[in-house]
Write a protein that binds this ligand. Sequence first.
Ligand code: ZN
Length: 163
Amino acid sequence: MEPTKSEYINVKNSKIHNKGIFAAKDIPKGAKIIEYVGEKITKKESEKRCDIVLEQSQKNPELGAVYIFELNKRYDIDGNVSYNTAKYINHSCEPNCEAEIEDNHIWIKSLRDINQGEELGYNYGYCVDDYKNHPCRCGSSRCVGYIVDEDEWPKLKKELEKK
Ligand SMILES: [Zn+2]
């Protein structure tokens, strides 16, 4: 399959993590930038794959990226496929994009107006339990140091204070 394309984006090397996605032109707030595509899998298969990634990430955090998205109650999308351009969008603690599900499709949408040349990012929404395996290098002034869902930042802060 051909990699997905969008008029809004360029794939380039990123300071944050290998590749990144950058705005090819000004993007208005609320735009559907690109669809997050992949293999549709059952929840059971999804659990299996998450366990494998977790094991790998304990050995080598660089391999610990999770590309699985919840689609609905029955299915998830595993975006770790060559044709999913959206997988190159990096995590950010101060994101300018978000993932939104619409009619069983996952869209990366802009949270605000984005200028041409800006790197796109969204919060990967990882659970706090596994935070040590997912250090964050997003460089934002709001960066909490780990890739964790914003709803779980209070928990993360408590964990970090324990040390
Ligand atoms: Zn960060």
